[in-house]
Design a protein around this ligand. Structure first.
Ligand code: COA
Length: 282
């Protein structure tokens, strides 16, 4: 791969999922500011989702920065919502050398972690039937065609996938559903390896086989690249404004190094080189 060729810039994101059962009942792992934010939430479901998201994000960030997951360390990792609602990470009050995206659904939270220079978003969606009006109102003509062309038994999952991919793109853009859902059009999902750069093919069969590629376009001009994966009734998508390698699972017993891209990253300088090469990637 030629690093100088922008169309072949490849980035990585790491992902972690946690469930409500993983989250302790007490709040000692939340900072004073986070506890005060939680205290302002009126609805139990919102509080539970928010705590689950913070728990997942703090563990994902700790693993990626090679920090322990002790309560004191988790306290020092804060996830703050900016005005748009997008999450930002602070470590000991300073902007972290990583960016995250968050989603929670049905008692599960997904957090993706990557380098701040990449705009990425993630989303979790339940695979469940939607009425015809949902597709009519929120999908583009080309997405409607993808749905029409799909075998009937695949449509429910495809609709969840297209919707989730839109949300991931809108999170990557940090606008969320303030933007028209038709401003994002998913152009291909698992369109086959022909659309995947050749060097990615070896990842299939190395543990990433369950992530399949997708492509989307924003506003008719900006390309987004992503991956999707379904397990049980939950479907996940990740999308970014640059081609991404298949998302890498964070194992909490082992730290997940951020990708070393052959140049000094924010991660290198800010936290004493916690980044390392990912075996088999470089
Ligand atoms: C972002 C959004 C699309 C996610 O909706 P959702 O599918 O219900 O929720 P998910 O669990 O997948 O994602 C929620 C997470 O997205 C993140 N998020 C919120 N706004 C975001 C934005 N503008 N950009 C990127 N990420 C955002 C947050 O981390 C949030 O979790 P948290 O609030 O617990 O930190 C939606 O909340 C949204 O558009 N929000 C902004 C506009 C808004 O508030 N509209 C009112 C309702 S339409």
């Amino acid at each position: 791969m030629d690093d100088g060729d922008a169309s072949f810039v490849v980035n990585a994101v790491y992902w972690l999922e946690q469930t409500e059962n993983d989250v302790p009942a007490e709040d000692r792992w939340l900072s004073a500011r986070e506890q005060s934010c939680l205290g302002e939430m009126r609805f139990a479901k919102r509080r539970a989702d928010w705590r689950l998201g913070r728990w997942t994000a703090k563990h994902a960030v700790a693993a990626c920065l090679h920090l322990s997951a002790d309560a004191d360390v988790l306290l020092d990792i804060e996830v703050k919502a900016v005005a748009s609602g997008a999450p930002e990470v602070l470590v000991r009050g300073q902007p972290a050398p990583v960016a995250i995206s968050l989603s929670h659904r049905a008692g599960v939270a997904l957090c993706t972690v990557g380098l701040p220079e990449t705009s990425f978003g993630c989303d979790l969606e339940t695979v469940e039937p939607h009425g015809e009006a949902f597709v009519a109102d929120y999908f583009t003509d080309s997405e409607k065609k993808l749905i029409e062309d799909a075998p009937t038994q695949d449509r429910t999952q495809l609709i969840a996938l297209l919707w989730s991919a839109k949300e991931s793109v809108l999170k990557a853009l940090r606008v969320g559903l303030r933007a028209d859902t038709k401003s994002v059009s998913v152009s291909s999902v698992d369109a086959g390896l022909l659309t995947v750069p050749i060097e990615w093919r070896s990842f299939r069969g190395t543990g990433s086989v369950d992530w399949r590629p997708l492509r989307a376009i924003y506003s008719g001009t900006q390309d987004f690249y992503g991956w999707w994966r379904v397990q049980g009734q939950l479907l996940r998508t990740v999308a970014a404004d640059v081609p991404l390698r298949p998302p890498v699972s964070i194992l909490l017993t082992h730290s997940a190094p951020l990708p070393h891209k052959g140049h000094q990253s924010a991660c290198d300088s800010a936290l004493q080189s916690p980044c390392g090469g990912v075996s088999g990637w470089e």
